[in-house]
Design a protein around this ligand. Structure first.
Ligand code: PEP
Ligand code: MN
Length: 338
């Protein structure tokens, strides 16, 4: 941390700041210029609340120079994290596509969609059995029956599977079916829940909170890694802004930012990112061009009758067409799509 002392501060005041930090176990490097005195605070400054420092007499400004997260950072681990989910490599040269319905609605529905997305090149089947709906009166998902149908569909078409877990009590049940655990946007900062996922043996797909900064998102991943689970995938799914035209504002820039700050893979979900079917394909193309490690796309065999998120779900043929387009885009940046 760097502290800039206010101009004309009395020596006695500067010394009391140094003394206080010294007593807390920090090493202080002082440099005295003509107008300004600057203090470099060395040690684990994560435990300091920067607001307390800024409120001290004589302090003009204070800045952190190291990130509050460690295990997720590129500084801690320079090589990209890669891991396998069944036979699918995440974080490598392939842009991995997850596709499927918002919710599992019936066995026939998930079978039809799984067959079609697998044929088009998706490697992972998505679908919700426990749904975080804004209204308690909306369809809440099929629960365990949905998980059963989904596992059967994934196995039949040689796909890995990802589904959402909504709270701590469901972890064990969902883990017994799924290959990847999805943490929904609304749960990104449910700390007791994400801490529990640090003990899971399954990779965690961490959706960005609706109003989360990139640093808050990285800190949530830090919770999971610090619990011992090293396999976390970030997912940009749009954030709440003043713009109302789209359901959320898709932050494509989060992709290269996360890739610079962290060694963990990042996917993009343009379905929730835009909320509008006709905006999903352009934003999916943009995310692949930006270098995303993968995409999550909502696809439905009959979107007009879907029980959730039909308006943002692609028709089966549209998804197949998107796959053809992103193969070309991935090639341009030296990546590949199956
Ligand atoms: C979903 O993937 O269906 C979902 C509910 O996502 P999010 O948590 O990003 O809203
Ligand atoms: Mn959805």
């Amino acid at each position: 941390m760097v502290i800039i002392i206010e101009k004309d501060t009395k020596e006695k005041v500067i010394e009391s700041i140094i003394k206080k930090l010294d007593q807390e176990g920090f090493d202080i490097h002082r440099s005295t210029g003509i107008d300004h005195t600057i203090l470099g605070v060395i040690g684990n400054t994560n435990k300091l609340d920067i607001r307390d420092i800024k409120l001290m007499e004589g302090v003009g400004e204070a800045y952190r120079i190291t990130a509050p997260y460690k295990l997720v950072s590129r500084e801690f681990k320079s090589q990209n994290t890669t891991f396998k989910v069944r036979d699918v490599e995440i974080g490598g040269d392939e842009t991995v596509i997850m596709a499927g319905p918002c919710s599992i609605e019936s066995k026939e529905q998930i079978m039809t969609i799984a067959e079609s997305v697998a044929k088009a090149g998706a490697k992972i089947l998505r679908g919700g059995a426990f749904k975080p709906r804004s209204s308690p009166y909306s369809f809440q998902g099929l629960g365990e029956k949905g998980l059963e149908y989904m596992r059967e569909a994934a196995d039949k078409y040689n796909l890995a599977m990802i589904t959402e877990v909504m709270d701590k009590d469901q972890i064990e049940l969902v883990e017994s079916y799924t290959d990847i655990i999805q943490v929904g946007a609304r749960n990104m900062q449910n700390f007791s829940f994400i801490r529990a996922l640090g003990k899971s043996s399954k990779p965690v797909f961490l959706k960005r909170g609706i109003a989360a900064t990139i640093e808050e998102w990285l800190m949530s991943a830090e919770y999971i890694l610090s619990g011992g689970n090293k396999n976390v995938i970030f997912c940009e799914r749009g954030i709440r802004t003043f713009e109302t035209y789209t359901r959320n504002t898709m932050d494509i820039s989060a992709i290269p930012i996360i890739q610079k700050l962290s060694h963990l893979p990042i996917f993009a979900d343009p379905s929730h990112g835009t909320g509008l079917r006709n905006k999903v394909i352009p934003m999916a193309r943009a995310a692949v061009a930006a270098g995303a490690n993968g995409l999550m796309i909502e696809v439905h065999n009959d979107p007009d009758k879907a029980l959730s998120d039909g308006a943002q779900s692609l028709y089966l043929e549209q998804f197949a067409d998107l796959m053809k387009q992103i193969r070309i885009i991935a090639d341009v940046i030296g990546r590949k799509v199956a």
